[in-house]
Design a protein around this ligand. Structure first.
Ligand code: ATP
Ligand code: MG
Length: 179
């Protein structure tokens, strides 16, 4: 296997399901390579996700997941809620310090694209910070509607396209697949 390591900026975006799942798959692979992984969740989910316990089982020194947002974000409002903005900004400050420190091999910014598209976080600020991250650190950004400033600096961008989703048949979220 080649080992010329170059830290990548990876984006999983688009309306189809699988963005966070893809990032978790990369985390699983990286842990197996003896790498240290951190996932910062910008928007906390509304139920208990299996990955929280799976990461705990691996140990914080291998894979740490930090839910830093609120349980939900009110969408459709003219302006995002001030408390949501504060939490997103706080999560960003934390994440950017972690990336800059180089203490993790892979840092996942889960749903950060969503936070940016709802104007809770400035795309330019994030792009600038990422463009001068430590060379070896891999960063994955997830969430719909990735901002052009982010896709421009990224090395890898995959857009999930919805072909079918069980939700269309009225099938609700399934344990082990959705949470
Ligand atoms: P996952 O965490 O399952 O990989 P995701 O990160 O691609 O999903 P999000 O935008 O974060 O998608 O949405 C989170 C939740 O919404 C998940 O429970 C997921 O199953 C559901 N979801 C994602 N895409 C769709 C879709 N196209 N139609 C209906 N529900 C969806
Ligand atoms: Mg997601």
């Amino acid at each position: 296997m080649p080992d010329a390591r170059k830290g990548l900026i990876v984006v999983y975006t688009g309306p189809g399901k699988g963005k966070t799942t893809a990032a978790l798959g990369a985390a699983f692979r990286a842990v197996g390579q003896g790498m240290r992984v951190l996932m910062v969740q910008f928007i906390k989910g509304s139920w208990h996700y299996g990955e929280l316990d799976a990461a705990k089982a691996m140990g914080d020194d291998k894979f740490q997941i930090l839910p830093m947002g609120r349980g939900f974000v009110k969408i459709g409002l003219e302006k995002p809620d001030a408390e949501d903005v504060r939490l997103v900004q706080q999560a960003w400050e934390f994440a950017r310090e972690k990336i800059a420190s180089g203490e993790h091999d892979l840092v996942i910014l889960d749903e950060i694209n969503y936070a940016i598209s709802y104007k809770m976080l400035d795309a330019g600020v994030v792009a600038e910070e990422l463009s001068r991250k430590p060379e070896m650190v891999h960063v994955i950004l997830t969430g719909r509607n990735a901002h052009p400033s982010i896709t421009e600096i990224a090395d890898l961008v995959t857009e999930m396209r919805e072909v079918k989703h069980p939700y269309q048949k009225g099938i609700l979220a399934q344990r082990g697949i959705d949470y």
